[in-house]
Design a protein around this ligand. Sequence first.
Ligand code: SF4
Length: 205
Amino acid sequence: MSPQNLDNEQDVASPAVSEAPQAVIASRADMMRYHDPERIQGYCQSCEKHGQYWSCPPFAEPPLAQLGEWTHAVLVTQKTRVACGATKEELIECFLEARQTLCKAMRNSEVDGALAVVAGHCEGCSICTRSLGIACCAPTRMRYSLEALGFDVTGLAEGLAEQKVHWPAHGLPDYLMTVGALLCPSPEVAMRLYSLFRLARDMPQ
Ligand code: SF4
């Protein structure tokens, strides 16, 4: 992972500004306290992309059981703050761009058996073969999101990363939150990846 990929985007003219990502290490047991696939995957039914990506519900088999063994996760959160006067469309565009940058950095961090679980649907191909009724053409490129695996993302962010998710009843939120994880086969790998994210966060902007 290149720390430069994770730098703040301090463009004062931008309608939204992404903060440096925060990372915490969580044990598998702690992560599983927020695993509620029936409820969370149920929410996916209202998504317009439901059933169009192999990385998203509905699943023939529980996807978490298909992944390799992991003992710990590096849970990564990033806030994209809304500048004064930003429109909803501007905010969403900036947020998606920031999210894509973070997800790319996380995929580049897949060392020593770590697996990135990134926000949003799989972007392994320009068009997912599921919409064509064909099996995934690049399983090594497929990446799930925490939601698709059945994790309560708000619970993870607030309960483990101590990052409040802001959903106001009216108007724009103060910030949007991206949440992802690197599932690691050992605490040593988790500590190594955690250190990389800390290093990136602590670099002078
Ligand atoms: S790798 Fe391609 S075919 Fe497989 S889930 Fe991702 S987008 Fe779909």
